[in-house]
Design a protein around this ligand. Structure first.
Ligand code: C2E
Ligand code: MG
Ligand code: MG
Length: 731
């Protein structure tokens, strides 16, 4: 739009300028035009317009041509000035216009002609004929020159500014202010220079004035230099400004980069914190909360329970039945998958506010918070059990499992998370004892039992220090010769208050607390020492059977310990039988095979205790270097009742003889059992019929009493004992 109007405007100014020129030509006093005028014209057109000064910041060129135009006006009258201005304008137009467009060139000439026309007529109107102005008094001359300069300045820049304003569609004032405000000085300087020149020319003659040219040049170049300096300073300032802006931009870029980096770091930090928090409070395998997180939730539940009496909660302690078998038979990968699948199924049975945590191994705990009534806890236990009872399909294996669950309710008034967990655990054990795959509620009887157990545990710890243990010996008799072939060492605890405590009561506790290691070590050492003494005293190769608990068996330094004891007591390893139960062997099949081979390498024999009651894997037996099977007393006890148990015993004996093993029948109580076993050609027997387990003294007497006729008993006198050659068995 602006461009559309700009074009006609320029043509209009060119036209009016043209008219001004026509008018000026008609009124030009030709008689006054001389060589000097021609010289002035040439200088104006060729030289002056080339010496242009770019006004810093205003994007405008000012030439000294104005000085020459003013000079022409003052020397040859306004019309000469107008024509000179028009000529100069056209030449500048040609020079400035890159495309040499006629409108640009003509507009340039028109502007110059018209503005000079206006200037001429304003000064003529105010001060009379232009070429007479120099005759005025200096002060009037000065005013006239200033008027001329201002008129030329305003009209010239005004006409151009209007054009630019039309083109850029900006207000005229803004355009003028932007481009020309500052150029007024140039006009004033130009007018002053022209005035001075005219005064000189008229007073001292034109050629004499030539002398002043150097002075004018100096003034001009000083002015030029002044503007150049300003330009340089301005350029410098602009450069500095640009650099500052660039630096600022760089700083901003650096800063934003820094901020981005910071954000990235803090995000990573946040992520790792979350990861850490997650790892610290979750089980890596199932992703379930772990014991710590459960304890936190329990604490909150306990707090809520303290504040509000009707706030009920319950803890379900869940332990899988026979998970170990699955793990051992199908491998750990399937075992892990089963745990994950169980976790998901249990989660599916719960409400969002409940927590299920994996405590480790195959143990899970569920916190049911904010219960309406406790029947809901039982309901959840039943649902979980039903869910877990459905088969799991893991990598093509159909796996069946069940869980035993113990339930503890908030009514007991717990104030520590571990207490309610402990009670749920106790109830879970009760569920296991009562046949597994069921749930039990914790009750006060259990609590009392738990407390009693705790006391027993404390006592047991002290028993080791106070040496309250004794080894009892039960003879193992050769059924063929009726002679004592050896003894089974059975530990006894003489409790200071309770008297004799049965191993069935304290061995499981000792196993649970790890105290069995010390107890077992002591029993082996003591019984080896005692047996060695009897061997020497009675000059008989008596066998010794010692029980090894599962915990002892998986102890890494077991071999070292046995070796050490054999060496210290100088006991012949070939006379030692270590008894382990079937389940201990089967639960650690791989490790057991290796361990048994190492024990066998020491020369010791191995017996499978309570054979027939455990996890029967007869097919595995040949893999283990076992020399004796001890038939469990439950089979022997029922032998008299009918043929069936005798058949079992017979089968075991056939199996043993096929595998090259000896058989010891445990728990022989009656003559009938004995005769049946004899008929079955059972090698050894052990039971109350021969003797109960007895203390060392009684056992010593028993050996003496049962001493075969041809062997003279030797007293236990030290001097005689030492006389018997005692060659070491273990080096
Ligand atoms: P076990 O190794 O099977 O020991 C045989 C158990 O049967 C003994 O019970 C013995 O007293 C009992 N017994 C023997 N003959 C008869 C009989 O004719 N009738 C009946 N009813 N019982 C008979 P005890 O001494 O109470 O030991 C029980 C279990 O404790 C042992 O079973 C063994 O597993 C464990 N035990 C005993 N001493 C130790 C020990 O030093 N270390 C380890 N780890 N376990 C031990
Ligand atoms: Mg035994
Ligand atoms: Mg046994």
């Amino acid at each position: 739009m602006g461009k559309l109007r700009y074009e006609p405007y320029r043509w209009m100014i060119a036209g009016i300028g043209g008219l001004a020129c026509v008018y000026s030509v008609s009124r030009l006093p030709l008689e006054r035009i001389d060589m000097r005028f021609l010289l002035l014209t040439i200088m104006t057109v060729i030289v002056s317009s080339r010496i242009s000064i770019k006004i810093p910041r205003f994007d405008t060129n000012v030439t000294v041509s104005d000085t020459f135009i003013f000079l022409a006006i003052l020397l040859y009258g306004g019309e000469a000035g107008i024509l000179l201005a028009a000529g100069e304008g056209l030449c500048s137009g040609v020079r400035i216009s890159k495309q040499k467009k006629p409108v640009t060139i003509l507009f340039s000439g028109g502007v110059m002609a018209l503005s000079t026309f206006i200037t001429v007529w304003i000064t003529r109107f105010a001060f009379g004929p232009n070429d007479d102005i120099y005759r005025h008094t200096p002060s009037l001359l000065l005013i006239a020159l200033c008027t001329m300069a201002l008129a030329q300045y305003i009209s010239n820049t005004g006409l151009v500014a209007v054009g630019l304003a039309i083109k850029s569609e900006q207000p005229v004032w803004a355009t003028w202010n932007k481009h020309y405000l500052w150029t007024s000085i140039t006009y004033i300087v130009g007018a002053a220079a022209a005035g001075a020149t005219v005064v000189f020319v008229n007073n001292i003659g034109f050629y004499a004035m030539m002398v002043t040219i150097p002075i004018i040049s100096i003034i001009y170049f000083t002015y030029h230099k002044f503007l150049e300096d300003i330009k340089a300073a301005s350029a410098q300032a602009e450069q500095a400004e640009r650099e500052r802006a660039e630096q600022a931009e760089r700083h901003i870029a650096e800063l934003s980069q820094h901020i981005a980096e910071q954000e990235r770091i803090s995000l990573a930090l946040q992520e790792s914190k979350e990861h850490f928090r997650n790892a610290a409070f979750h089980d890596a395998l199932t992703g379930l909360p772990n014991r710590s997180l459960l304890a936190d939730h329990l604490k909150l539940a306990i707090e809520r329970g303290k504040r509000r009496e009707d706030h009920l909660f319950a803890v379900l302690f869940l332990d899988l039945d026979r998970f170990k078998n699955i793990n051992d038979s199908l491998g750990h990968t399937i075992g892990d998958q089963l745990l994950v699948a169980i976790a998901r199924r249990v989660e599916g049975c719960l409400r969002p506010m409940d927590t299920v945590a994996r405590l480790g191994g195959d143990e899970f705990a569920i916190l049911l918070d904010g219960l309406e009534d406790f029947s809901h806890a039982i309901h959840v236990a039943e649902r979980v059990q039903d869910e877990l009872m459905m088969p799991f399909n893991l990598k093509g294996h159909e796996v069946f499992t069940t869980a035993s669950i113990g339930i503890a309710l908030s009514t007991t008034g717990y104030d520590q998370p571990e207490n309610i967990l402990r009670d749920a655990d106790i109830a879970m054990y009760r569920a296991k004892d009562n046949g597994k795959a069921r749930y039990e509620l914790f009750d006060t009887v259990m609590h009392t039992r738990a407390v009693a157990l705790l006391k027993l545990e404390n006592d047991l710890r002290r028993a080791i220090e106070r040496q309250e243990f004794q080894v009892y010996y039960q003879p193992i008799v050769s059924l063929e010769t009726d002679q004592i072939a050896g003894f089974e060492a059975l530990v006894r605890w003489i409790h200071p208050e309770r008297g004799l405590v049965s191993p069935d009561e304290f061995i499981p506790l000792a196993e649970e607390t790890g105290l069995i290691m010390e107890i077992g070590h002591w029993v082996l050492h003591e019984s080896c020492r005692q047996m060695r003494q009897w061997q020497l005293s009675f000059q008989r190769p008596l066998m010794l059977s010692v029980n090894l608990s599962g915990k002892q068996f998986i102890q890494p330094n077991l071999i070292g310990q046995v070796k050490d004891i054999l060496k210290k007591t100088n006991f012949d390893p070939r006379l030692l039988r270590l008894e382990i139960t079937e389940s201990v062997v089967m639960e650690n099949a791989e490790a057991a095979a290796a361990m048994l081979h190492q024990l066998r390498d020491l020369g010791a024999h191995l017996s499978i205790d309570d054979f027939g009651t455990g996890y029967s894997s007869l097919s595995y037996l040949h893999r283990f270097p076992v020399s004796t099977l001890k038939i469990d007393r439950s089979f022997i006890g029922r032998m008299g009742e009918g043929g069936e148990n005798s058949e079992i015993v017979r089968t075991i004996m056939t199996l043993a003889s096929n595998l090259g093993m000896e058989v010891v029948a445990e728990g022989i109580e009656t003559e009938e059992q004995l005769s049946q076993l004899r008929a079955l050609k059972c090698e050894y027997g052990q039971g109350y019929l021969f003797s109960r387990p007895v203390d060392a003294n009684t056992a010593g007497l028993m050996i003496m009493a049962k001493q075969p006729q041809d062997i003279t008993p030797i007293t236990t006198d030290r001097a005689i004992l030492n006389a018997i050659p005692d060659t070491p068995y273990i080096n």
